[in-house]
Design a protein around this ligand. Structure first.
Ligand SMILES: N[C@@H](CCC(=O)N[C@@H](CS)C(=O)NCC(=O)O)C(=O)O
Length: 203
């Protein structure tokens, strides 16, 4: 028995990418089940994960369902202390938790203006004030955190970096994550197309 993980397409669902990274980057065995966003496949898949309504959602070997990416991170960190999801050093861990929570709950302007699409490189992105404010906030907290803790906020930094890269925003404090190659490994199997930002989808 192992974990089951329900996700949407990781190229378009930053939450799904985050959930999947929690397993892939930390070498935790999982059986992944993917459904396409915006189709009937997603509610059909999630019907097997009552009462979850969103992806990512995982099922523990004992059948317990855990949804919300941050809850998944915490549950895996407790069950697999050897995997090192959070830094061992208490100060670095506190900083990483702060970053993970900020990435989880904040940056709504950046999220809504810069779609998640790892298969696109948008040709037009004129960030409004609110997006610039989010970028400034990112610069502040990444500089405060330093490279190591930022890299260890589990699965939470890569998706937001990818949004900025897709939209050709120049991230002011683009710091390396612990697992820079993980999203790249599978997302590059399709060509990256330059397309206009208007009308773009993704979350
Ligand atoms: N805060 C949640 C957000 C998850 C979320 O909103 N996922 C979207 C896909 S990106 C979803 O499942 N939406 C359900 C739907 O569109 O029906 C998390 O961290 O897991």
């Amino acid at each position: 028995m192992t974990y089951d993980l329900a996700i949407g397409d990781r190229a378009y669902s930053s939450w799904s990418l985050r959930g999947w990274l929690l397993f892939d980057a930390f070498d935790i065995a999982v059986k992944t089940h993917m459904a396409r966003l915006y189709t009937d496949d997603l509610p059909q898949l999630l019907a097997q994960y009552h009462p979850a309504k969103t992806v990512p959602t995982m099922r523990l070997p004992d059948g317990t369902v855990v949804s919300e990416s941050l809850a998944i991170a915490e549950e895996l960190a407790t069950r697999h202390p050897e995997a090192g999801l959070w830094p061992a050093d208490p100060k670095a861990r506190a900083i990483a938790r702060t970053l993970a929570a900020e990435m989880h709950a904040g940056f709504t302007a950046l999220r809504s203006h810069c779609p998640m699409n790892l298969r696109a490189s948008y040709t037009e992105c004129q960030p409004p004030e609110a997006v610039l404010a989010d970028l400034a906030r990112l610069e502040t907290i990444w500089a405060w955190a330093g490279p190591k803790p930022a890299g260890r906020a589990p699965g939470c930094v890569a998706p937001i970096r990818r949004r900025m890269c897709s939209s050709r925003l120049s991230p002011p404090a683009l710091q390396p994550t612990t697992f820079p190659s993980a999203p790249r490994r599978w997302s590059m199997s399709a060509p990256i197309l330059p397309i206009p930002l208007s009308g773009a989808g993704g979350r």
